[in-house]
Design a protein around this ligand. Structure first.
Ligand SMILES: Cc1cc2nc3c(=O)[nH]c(=O)nc-3n(C[C@H](O)[C@H](O)[C@H](O)COP(=O)(O)O)c2cc1C
Length: 348
């Protein structure tokens, strides 16, 4: 297939992904129901003093939430990225753009990504590309939006469900190693909804990766999304595949204490954000919830959604007796149910 045709398919797929995401049902259980936080009846702090700010990638951000990779590069998605960028600027939270491959081959597609940096001039903007891309492509993607960091995505389960998807997955780790060693910006390796295990995190850490985004199971389900696109194939046998987000976070933390973890995959509640940070995540990433709010309830709906998360986060922090985000990681949490069973099997 020639490059022009490949890019046409890519553009159609980007628009379809958004539309089919809206029809799809989330993978549901992200594992956080098995994490227990306990009430602190003596919080010794005032609600008005609770601060959700923190430092991430050397910049102060408003709360431990980033708008995770979704889209860009087509007329339909230009407006979505524009509004997501406005949200990221308004609340001073990082934003990752969707895969930029489409704009590397066709300069006319760059506007839908560049708009994010044009709107959010000084905040954290993160580039995104497949983990099997060349270093030259990484540099172009970073330069396109003056990115503070680059996400390299791993998405085997998604690719295998796509008729036109990749079938070759050899050499990705050594490609990541090469990129990490020469990249001028921090490299974040991420999944897209199937999670990163202890073993994978260890391999990534061993080749020099310092930032991992769990992209765990429990939210956006690309098996379901790709299955809507498949006419002849049926991948529903994979609909429960993946590592729940809370488990993936535990696994990555066990791989190395030095790793900075972005905990993502089905994060929809303030309680889950607070649990993730308590468990050692640097920040959380949200795609599905914010995209759905934006498309169903408009820009004001998405704003209200972020404000609700921030307010409820503060309430949980009060009830844990914590007035700053970094103190959450010193707060105790307990495991129960399935997560505890798996934890015992794997780590004790
Ligand atoms: C419509 C849509 C498009 C996405 N496109 C990308 C992409 O281009 N690159 C990527 O790394 N992740 C992509 N993702 C995955 C998200 O970044 C995230 O890892 C995944 O959706 C799980 O988070 P969630 O449950 O909060 O949605 C996409 C997600 C959605 C919903």
């Amino acid at each position: 297939m020639n490059r022009e045709n490949e890019n046409k398919i890519r553009a159609a797929r980007k628009d379809e992904h958004i539309k089919l995401f809206m029809k799809s049902i989330s993978a549901k259980d992200n594992g956080f129901k098995d994490i227990v936080l306990q009430n602190n009846a003596l919080p010794e702090t005032d609600f008005d003093n609770i601060n959700t700010e923190l430092v991430f990638l050397n910049k102060i951000i408003g709360m431990p939430v980033m708008i995770n990779a979704v889209t860009g590069g087509t007329d339909y998605t230009y407006d979505i990225n524009k509004q997501l960028a406005q949200l990221s600027m308004t609340y001073n939270i990082p934003m990752a753009v969707g895969s930029q491959t489409i704009a590397l081959h066709d300069l006319s597609k760059q506007e839908g990504f560049k708009i994010v940096r044009e709107i959010n001039k000084s905040g954290i903007v993160i580039a995104n590309i497949s983990a099997n891309s060349s270093y030259e492509s990484v540099c172009e993607a970073v330069e396109m939006i003056s990115a503070d960091a680059i996400q390299l995505h791993l998405n085997t389960a998604q690719e295998i469900c796509m008729c036109e998807g990749d079938r070759s997955f050899k050499g990705i780790l050594s490609n990541i190693k090469n990129i990490v060693h020469i990249s001028k910006v921090p490299v974040i390796v991420k999944e897209v909804g199937f999670g990163i295990s202890y073993e994978t995190a260890k391999k990534l850490h061993n080749v020099g990766v310092k930032y991992i985004d769990t992209g765990g199971k429990g939210g956006t389900n690309f098996v379901a999304i790709e299955d809507f696109r498949n006419k002849d194939l049926d991948y529903s046998f994979l609909k429960h595949w993946g590592i729940p987000t809370a488990l993936s976070l535990i696994e990555c933390k066990h791989a190395s204490r030095d790793l900075h973890i972005i905990c993502s995959g089905g994060i929809t509640k303030a309680e889950e954000i607070v649990k993730a940070i308590t468990m050692g995540a640097a920040i959380t990433g949200i795609s599905g919830l914010i995209l759905r709010e934006l498309l169903e309830n408009g820009y004001d709906g998405a704003k209200a959604c972020i404000e609700k998360l921030q307010y409820e986060m503060k309430v949980f922090m009060l009830l844990l007796g914590v007035d700053e985000i970094e103190k959450l990681s010193k707060t105790n949490y307990l495991l129960k149910g399935e997560l505890l069973q798996i934890y015992k099997q794997k780590f004790i």
